[in-house]
Design a protein around this ligand. Structure first.
Ligand code: GLN
Length: 478
C-alpha cells in the first residue's frame, strides 16, 4: 500500500523494491490528491492515462531489475516545456490548443531514466511574472495559505511539490521563476548554471537567461534530477560540453568562505524579522567554523532595470513567432497579412506579455538602442565581472532569496512594484551562475522564506554540499 511516507522518493523506491507498494499505486495516489486539490488551480492538464501506462511498464522493469535512475519518480512539468503529443500552452490563450511535435531534451532524459510525467502545471503567461497572476487560466493558490501568492512564474510547479501532488517538478528560471516560488512555498528550487541544462524544447522567453531546473522537498532529490537532465545537447548550441558531475555525492564537511553582500542586507524592502533570522544564521555559521566575509556589490539597484531591458528585448524577438501564421491563434477577423498579425496577437496575448513586447521593441528601436539595450548589456558585464571577482575570494555568495515572505494574492497591482520583487534573484541570471533557494527552518508570520546560495559557474556540486550543510546544522529544511 502507498502511504504518506512514500511521497519521499528515497523511501518510496525502497518500498517498491521490497514489494510494499508500486509505481501504479503511487500514480493513483497522486491522481486522487490532484483531484482533491483542484481548487488550488495547480495543474492545467493531468496526463492520467500516460502516467498510468508508464507506471505499469516501469513496475515491470523494476521487477526485472533494469529500471532507470529515476524509476517511478513522479514529475510535473511547467507548461512551457515540450512533451511530444501533449499540449503546451505557456499558460497563454495564443497557443491554448497547441500540441508539441517533439519532446524537450529534459523530458526525453527524464523518460529515458523511467521518471513518470504526471501533468503540466500552471504558470505566468510565457513565464512573465512573479505571482502567477498573469496566467490566462487563473492564478495558483499557495498550499500553505490560500490567500497568499505562490510567487511566479513557476507557481504551479512549486505548489505541486509543496502540496505533495508529485515527488519533483520542473520549472524554468529567467529571473527567479524557480527560486522565488520555492521560497514562497517552502521547498527547494534550483536554477542551474546557464548552459548546464539544454533549453531545447523550452518555449523561449529570454534566451540568454532561461534555464530549466527542479523543485523538490530535498537537496538530494534536486541533485538526482539535475544529474539526469544536465549535459551537452546538439540541439542547443549554448549547452555546455563540460562533463556532468555526480551531484548526488553530497559531502557537507568543508569549511566555507562565505561572501555576504552588504547591499542585500541593507535593501529597503527587507522584512526586519527575516533579516534578524538571517543574521542569526550568519552567527551560527561562524560558530561552525566557516568564514563570513562582508563584501560590497554596488550594482543591486541596477539589476532589476537592466534585467527588464534585456529580457523584454529578447522576448519581443522570441514571441514574434506567435503571429497566427505558423503558431498561434488566428483571429477570425483576420483579412490579410497585417490584420492576421495584429488581430491574432491582440486577441491572443494577455496585458503583461503585450507590455513586455512593446517595451522590448522600444529598447531595440534604432533611436533608443544605445541608450537602453546597449547600456544594459554593459551593466550586465559589470555585474558578471564583479560576481566573478567576489567568487575568486570566496566559495559562495549567501543571501536571502526574496526580501520578504509571500505577499498576499492580488495585493500588488503596479508592474514596477512587481518587477522589484525580483531584486535578489535576477543576479544569478544576469551573471549566469547557479543558485538555489532552500527553505529556512524558521517561519515569519507562519510563512516560509528561502535562503539563496550562489556559487561559481558549473559549481552545482558545492551548491548542494553547502545547502545540505545548512540543513544538517538546522538552519534549513531539505
Ligand atoms: N519575475 C521575473 C519576470 O517576470 C522572472 C520570470 C522568470 O524567471 N521566468 O521576468
Amino acid at each position: 500500500m502507498f502511504n504518506s511516507s512514500h511521497t519521499n522518493y528515497k523511501t518510496f523506491i525502497k518500498a517498491v523494491n521490497n514489494d510494499e507498494t508500486s509505481c501504479l499505486e503511487a500514480v493513483n495516489h497522486y491522481l486522487v490528491e490532484i483531484e482533491r486539490n483542484k481548487d488550488l488551480n495547480i495543474f492545467l492538464e493531468v496526463f492520467d492515462k500516460d502516467a498510468k501506462d508508464q507506471a505499469v511498464e516501469i513496475d515491470q522493469k523494476i521487477k526485472q531489475n533494469n529500471a532507470g535512475k529515476l524509476a517511478g519518480m513522479v514529475i510535473a512539468i511547467k507548461d512551457n516545456i515540450c512533451y511530444k503529443n501533449h499540449k503546451v500552452s505557456a499558460a497563454s490563450k495564443i497557443i491554448e490548443n497547441f500540441e508539441s511535435l517533439y519532446s524537450s531534451t529534459v523530458v526525453k532524459k527524464l523518460l529515458e531514466e523511467d521518471a513518470i510525467i504526471i501533468g503540466r502545471t500552471n504558470c505566468d503567461e510565457f513565464a512573465m511574472g512573479s505571482s502567477n497572476e498573469n496566467s490566462a487560466f487563473g492564478k495558483v493558490l499557495n498550499p500553505i495559505n490560500n490567500k497568499m501568492s505562490t510567487g511566479g512564474s513557476s507557481g504551479g510547479s512549486a505548489a505541486a511539490v509543496a502540496a505533495n501532488l508529485c515527488n519533483v517538478s520542473l520549472g524554468s528560471d529567467t529571473g527567479g521563476s524557480i527560486r522565488q516560488p520555492a521560497s514562497f512555498c517552502g521547498i527547494v528550487g534550483l536554477k542551474p548554471t546557464y548552459g548546464r541544462v539544454s533549453r531545447y524544447g523550452l518555449l523561449a522567453y529570454g534566451s540568454s537567461f532561461d534555464q530549466i531546473g527542479p523543485f523538490s522537498k530535498s537537496c538530494s532529490d534536486a541533485a538526482k534530477v539535475l544529474e539526469v537532465i544536465a549535459g551537452n545537447d546538439k540541439h542547443d548550441s549554448t549547452s555546455s560540453k563540460k562533463a556532468v558531475e555526480e551531484y548526488t555525492n553530497i559531502n557537507a564537511e568543508k569549511k566555507y568562505k562565505i561572501a555576504v553582500p552588504k547591499e542585500y542586507l541593507e535593501s529597503e524592502g527587507l522584512n526586519p524579522q527575516v533579516k534578524t533570522h538571517f543574521n542569526q544564521y550568519l552567527q551560527k555559521l561562524k560558530e561552525e567554523g566557516h568564514t563570513i566575509k562582508e563584501v560590497s556589490f554596488p550594482f543591486l539597484e541596477l539589476m532589476v532595470p537592466s534585467y527588464y531591458v534585456l529580457t523584454t528585448a529578447e522576448a519581443s524577438s522570441n514571441l514574434s513567432r506567435y503571429s497566427g501564421v505558423i503558431y498561434g491563434n488566428r483571429s477570425s477577423d483576420a483579412k490579410e497579412v497585417a490584420t492576421t498579425f495584429s488581430k491574432s496577437r491582440a486577441e491572443g496575448f494577455g496585458p503583461e506579455v503585450k507590455r513586455r513586447i512593446m517595451l522590448g521593441t522600444f529598447v531595440l528601436s534604432a533611436g533608443y538602442y544605445d541608450a537602453y539595450y546597449a547600456q544594459a548589456q554593459k551593466v550586465r558585464r559589470l555585474i558578471q565581472d564583479k560576481t566573478d571577482a567576489i567568487l575568486k575570494d570566496s566559495d559562495l555568495i549567501f543571501t536571502l532569496t526574496t526580501p520578504d515572505t509571500a505577499f498576499e494574492s492580488e495585493s500588488i497591482n503596479d508592474p514596477i512594484t512587481m518587477y522589484l520583487q525580483d531584486i535578489f534573484t535576477v543576479h544569478a541570471n544576469l551573471a549566469g551562475n547557479p543558485a538555489i533557494s532552500i527553505p529556512a527552518t524558521d517561519l515569519v508570520n507562519d510563512m516560509p522564506f528561502g535562503l539563496q546560495v550562489m556559487t561559481g559557474h558549473f559549481e552545482e556540486d558545492e551548491l548542494f554540499n553547502f545547502s545540505q550543510h545548512l540543513c544538517n546544522i538546522g538552519l534549513a529544511k531539505g
